[in-house]
Design a protein around this ligand. Structure first.
Ligand code: 16G
Length: 242
């Protein structure tokens, strides 16, 4: 089936007109969330453009967050991620339940001492050793969030123990948080954050602060997460007051 047609009298470059036609097809749900896009070869034939033009249009839509590429499987219309707000899950687990693969780009990994602020909010003695993990979190090829984590030093064998998933590393060390407090607020991404997430400065986001605790009540994690507002639905079950 034909997905759409190019705007013939436009002055915009061909790839932009193709991008526009595909955007329209996605927005009108002609191609539905989570559905695969036809192969690039077929799109090139249908729209009578080159593979390079198709590739450029798709790249643009991936950057806009409308499409997502999955290794070896193709290009899909990105659905928003539904995240349970009251479950203590990790980013990697959230992505796995959606059939998407989690990836991190490291901004930095370091060893240090708690700041006076952290010491007071977490109730840790001044000077307590902590690890800091700063990352861009991706779902397939789509940047989803910025995360800045401060982890109790004694909870992990070393700063290099964290590779793909922080919670997997904490779990392996027997120190995965079992309880957490979280607060969330609406934010607008500044220029620097927007560049890291490949979105427009001023785009809406959600700032989430999580403090995770061990069984014995000791704080183990303090993470500041900046989630893209256009990629998430937060869901929770509410019960009437007893
Ligand atoms: C989630 C958590 C974050 C945690 C991370 C671990 C929220 C708002 N934040 O992003 O606190 O550090 O997962 O993910 O859910 P990982 O195990 O995949 O590294």
């Amino acid at each position: 089936a034909q997905i759409g047609s190019l705007d013939t009298n436009g002055h915009a470059p061909l790839y932009q007109r193709l991008q526009q036609a595909l955007r329209r097809a996605i927005e009108t749900q002609l191609i539905k969330p989570e559905e695969a896009l036809p192969p690039e070869r077929d799109l090139a034939t249908d729209f009578e453009v080159s593979r390079i033009t198709v590739r450029k249009a798709l790249d643009g839509l991936v950057q806009e967050g409308l499409l997502t590429r999955r290794q070896g499987a193709g290009t899909f219309v990105a659905g928003r991620v539904e995240k349970q707000f009251s479950k203590l899950t990790s980013f990697s687990e959230d992505m796995a339940t959606r059939g998407r693969s989690a990836r991190s780009e490291w901004l930095s990994k370091s060893v240090g001492a708690v700041t006076p602020d952290e010491s007071l909010t977490l109730g840790l003695s001044p000077g307590t050793r902590v690890f800091r993990f700063n990352r861009i979190r991706y779902a397939d090829d789509m940047p989803m969030a910025l995360e800045y984590s401060t982890i109790l030093g004694s909870a992990l064998p070393s700063v290099d123990a964290v590779d793909a998933s922080l919670y997997t590393a904490l779990e392996a060390a027997g120190n995965r948080p079992v309880r957490a407090l979280q607060r969330l607020r609406a934010v607008l991404f500044n220029a620097e954050q927007a560049e890291l997430l490949q979105i427009e400065p001023g785009a809406p986001g959600l700032f989430i602060e999580r403090r995770g605790y061990l069984e014995d009540g000791r704080p183990v994690e303090m993470t500041h997460s900046w989630y893209r507002g256009d990629a998430y639905d937060f869901v929770a079950e509410l019960n009437a007051l007893a």
